[in-house]
Design a protein around this ligand. Structure first.
Ligand SMILES: [Zn+2]
Length: 223
């Protein structure tokens, strides 16, 4: 087992396609290489929340089962949310965003260059792009949200170095049947993720978090 170059605590190694890991002792964001661990930033402190998901939760997406191995928490001026990293093994993963009782499962996609140019144009012009439509991988989506976001904290295994306070521009698009696309651009990269909304039960979850503070009352009389 490796040890954190900042505090010396034992840390996990990398996973295929996920070369970053956070230190649970000092919150260092660490890049795992064959020659050892390098600190590339601060992962921030994950705030308390009441999500039923946790690292170690198992979910099945259209028959393919994976395990949550990491999380990023993102915020904008009016709120924050979790992006859970679902690892299918062998370097394949998806993000699971929690939103008002729904779970948006998104995988990175590489559409035609002109589609990416159009999304970049819409991302640049800001709020006036709301309601515009874009064809992505043969489906038509409508721009529903454009915002500046920043990373609050991250934990576990992660694909890219996203330290606390890291900023992105984010463009969300939806279709009428639960389909979703998110375009994001930051100082390092621009990417596109496509997927759709699920109810938690549709993802056949196991090893959900046991939320404290609620127990079955005894004798049938609630306190
Ligand atoms: Zn450490």
């Amino acid at each position: 087992m490796a040890s954190c170059p900042q505090c010396g605590a034992p840390t996990q190694g990398g996973l295929p396609g996920l070369p970053l890991v956070t230190c649970t002792s000092c919150n260092a964001l660490l890049l795992v290489k064959a020659e050892g661990l390098t600190r590339v930033g601060d992962s921030g402190v994950m705030p308390f929340d009441v999500s039923p998901l946790q690292i170690g939760t198992s979910l099945a997406v259209d028959g393919q089962r994976g395990e949550i191995v990491g999380r990023e928490r993102w915020a904008w001026e009016r709120g924050s949310w979790n992006e859970w990293l679902l690892d299918f093994g062998g370097g394949t993963h998806a993000w699971v965003a929690e939103e008002a009782g729904y779970y948006m499962v998104m995988s990175e996609t590489s559409p035609r260059a002109d589609t990416m140019r159009r999304l970049a144009d819409l991302g640049r012009i800001g709020q006036v792009a709301l309601g515009d439509t874009v064809q992505v991988n043969k489906r038509k989506y409508t721009v529903s949200d454009i915002k500046e976001i920043h990373c609050v904290a991250s934990e576990g295994h992660l694909p890219k170095p996203v330290p606390a306070h890291f900023k992105r521009r984010s463009l969300d698009l939806r279709d009428r049947s639960g389909g979703a696309v998110t375009w994001q651009s930051d100082a390092n990269t621009t990417g596109l993720w496509e997927g759709r909304y699920y109810r938690l039960a549709e993802l056949d979850p196991s090893n959900l978090r046991q939320l404290a503070g609620w127990t079955q009352p005894r004798g049938g009389h609630a306190a």
